[in-house]
Design a protein around this ligand. Structure first.
Ligand code: GAL
Length: 385
């Protein structure tokens, strides 16, 4: 009996010693009270999911947003690999509100905010030069979603976020009901599943717009990360970052990431016009796929200093990679870290920017009776050094 009590005591100690915020793993959870508020009459909350390896994601229903993501690193501790703030006020006041949320109804740009559907022209909000970006001034990132804790089909811990975008909101036709489910698997995967339906023909292209930094701090540049993108083509743009419609091979250009390259290696090659237009990397790659909606490995990112590897798998045709050239170090985020220049990568799985205005791009039209879906996985591993 004594021996049994002793063993139970050891087991309890082990559990608490490897617990979610304590000694050993380095995890420092955000405080739920710092996110509890009301915006536009709706309650805002913080949700925390953790798998059996300690991998932890924290989310808020303000923008269906990821606010922390703790993943294992090579030294045995966990690192928070997303950029952001310790409380809701940080997210309400930031100059770059696209830190962590689901963006939409249409992620990325639509030229002059105009498109024609079934012979009718629609005008969307203009919020980026003369163009429409990430769903407009009141896009999904600025809305309070309904959040609920649940489990996914495999029984993994999950949070489902739902939102109804109204007919005419930001200029889009149709009431759109969207659901985004975040779940964590035992294999250290963050899975994001999207579903949307509409009551009138519309366009839809949501994506997760998180700033990743595999150093675990925005004080350090992501230029040292090694990036692979499984894409042989990209969609060149004009100076306002609106695609011209061309689908150009990456072969022989600084956008060829089919073999791993450090992000900083060629980012300054502004003699190459697309890099001048983007002021660095801010482009859509056309993913190599055996079939249009096959789930394939889109990209891999590796940081040698922490040994963290992130693999991104998706059923989407496109991949927008933005290297954080708008960050200037003025804002202070979690743990007192500055959001320095090039301190976060947006790695967005999506349809191509401005697809509604290019017949040769995949369709983004959703009609009543149809269901839009997207399945994307951010999988984490470590390389032992
Ligand atoms: C990216 C976009 C960039 C920039 C960023 C938000 O998706 O491609 O041009 O707008 O979002 O700061």
């Amino acid at each position: 009996m004594k021996r049994y009590i002793f063993l139970v005591a050891i087991a309890v100690c082990l559990l608490s010693c490897t617990g979610n915020s304590g000694a050993g793993n380095g995890i420092d959870l955000l405080d739920a009270a710092a996110f509890r508020t009301e915006i536009a009459g709706k309650p805002v909350m913080l949700y925390t999911l953790q798998n059996e390896n300690g991998m932890t994601v924290q989310l808020t229903n303000y923008g269906a947003r990821i606010v922390a993501l703790w993943v294992p690193s090579a030294d045995g501790t966990h690192k928070d690999v997303v950029w952001g703030f310790e409380n809701i006020d940080g997210y309400l006041n930031t100059a770059d509100k696209y830190c962590g949320p689901v963006v939409g109804r249409y992620g990325n740009r639509i030229g002059k905010g105009r498109f024609t559907l079934d012979g009718k022209e629609y005008q969307l909000t203009i919020n980026n030069g003369e163009n429409h970006l990430h769903g407009g001034t009141g896009g999904f990132e600025a809305r309070v979603w309904n959040g609920s804790e649940t489990v996914d089909k495999q029984g993994n811990p999950a949070v489902e976020m739902t939102y109804r975008a109204m007919d005419g909101e930001e200029g889009y036709p149709g009431n759109l009901d969207i659901a985004v489910t975040y779940s964590l698997t035992p294999a250290n995967e963050l899975v994001i599943d999207y579903k949307a339906t509409t009551d009138a023909p519309t366009i839809v292209n949501p994506t997760s717009h998180v700033y990743y930094n595999l150093h675990g701090t925005s004080e350090k540049s992501t230029d040292s990360h090694l990036l692979t993108i499984h894409a042989s083509h990209f969609t060149p743009t004009d100076a306002g970052l609106i695609p011209t419609g061309e689908i150009r091979p990456v072969e022989g250009t600084p956008l060829d990431f089919r073999k791993p390259h450090a992000i900083g290696e060629r980012i300054g090659r502004t003699d190459y016009e697309p890099l001048a237009f983007g002021n660095g990397y801010d482009h859509n790659w056309v993913l190599d796929k055996p079939a249009p909606s096959a789930v394939t490995l889109a990209a891999e990112v590796y940081e040698p200093a922490t040994g963290i590897v992130m693999k991104i798998l998706t059923d989407q045709p496109g991949f927008q990679f933005y290297a954080g050239q708008g960050m200037d170090g003025k804002e202070v985020g979690k743990r007192g870290d500055r959001h320095n220049y090039h301190s976060g990568l947006a790695l967005e799985t999506q349809n191509f920017p401005d697809a509604p205005n290019h017949d040769n791009f995949p369709s983004s039209v959703l009609r009543p009776g149809e269901t839009y879906t997207q399945h994307t996985v951010y999988a984490f591993e470590t390389v032992k050094r």
